[in-house]
Design a protein around this ligand. Structure first.
Ligand code: PEP
Length: 251
């Protein structure tokens, strides 16, 4: 399976900064990008076009959006449709990022609505799931992942192409905190996600990527990416500097 290295820039970077960062990233990583890897850059909406221009022609480098609204168009002030982000050059999008669930109040079922709508609209969707620290301490990992995945995929057709859907396991307590999940924790959660995907899609789920996210850095990336059922990483803070992120994609 081709491993995906995704950079989530969150609410950072102007157009000029985005353009500069992708130029630096390509200079530092494009020639040496190992076979079997691809890169995804996920800037804020306002920098999608500038980032697309910076990535133009770079094979195995893709563009994604952090969010979208599940409608083609209409009276949804402040929102952006899948067609609009595709028009800006993006082919991927995130759904269910923990900041959208826990800071902006998105429910499991709304995340599910977005996931199925985005896929139907031709986007490759990365559904993000993960438990809060109090849920982990209460031994609710399986319960949380089962709920987030079953509601997140409730309306997704069973015959979708496996490369169009990925799941990112991102324990909330590891996002932006410097606390990284250990190998045993990652192995356990990813095996569970794989089993849940197989329950929904059958054997084709073995071809769906499961990414890990949560304080991935240049010095822990190679260990994480080598683990069973880890088909890529979703990187926040350490993706903002081309130097750090290039060391992750080459790790
Ligand atoms: C993220 O934003 O998805 C993320 C994992 O952030 P960080 O790498 O900073 O923990």
């Amino acid at each position: 399976m081709i491993k995906l290295f995704a950079a989530n820039w969150k609410m950072h970077k102007t157009q000029a900064e985005a353009r500069q960062t992708v130029e630096d990233l390509l200079r530092l990583s494009a020639v040496d990008l190992p076979v079997g890897r691809e890169v995804l850059v996920i800037p804020p909406f306002t920098a999608l076009s500038a980032t697309a221009a910076g990535l133009a022609g770079a094979e195995r480098y893709h563009l994604g959006a952090q969010n979208f609204y599940p409608a083609d168009h209409g009276a949804f002030t402040g929102e952006v449709s899948p067609a609009m982000i595709r028009d800006a050059g993006a082919s991927f999008a995130l759904t269910g990022h923990s900041e959208r669930r826990h800071v902006l109040g998105e429910s499991d079922s709304f995340v599910g609505q977005k996931t199925s709508f985005g896929l139907a609209a031709g986007l490759k969707v990365i559904l993000c799931v993960g438990e809060k620290i109090e849920e982990r301490e209460a031994s609710k990992l399986a319960e949380v992942l089962t709920r987030q995945i079953s509601l997140g995929l409730a309306d997704v057709p069973k015959n979708i192409a496996p490369e169009t859907l990925s799941v990112a396991y991102e324990p909330v307590w590891a996002i932006g905190t410097g606390l990284v999940a250990g190998p045993a924790e990652i192995l356990e959660a990813h095996a569970l996600v794989r089993a849940l995907l197989e329950d929904v899609f059958g054997s084709v789920a073995r071809e769906m990527r499961i990414l890990y996210g949560g304080s991935v850095k240049p010095d822990n990336a190679s260990e994480i990416i080598a683990l069973d059922n880890v088909d890529g990483v979703l990187v926040g803070g350490a993706s903002l500097k081309a130097d750090d992120f290039s060391r992750i994609v080459l790790a």
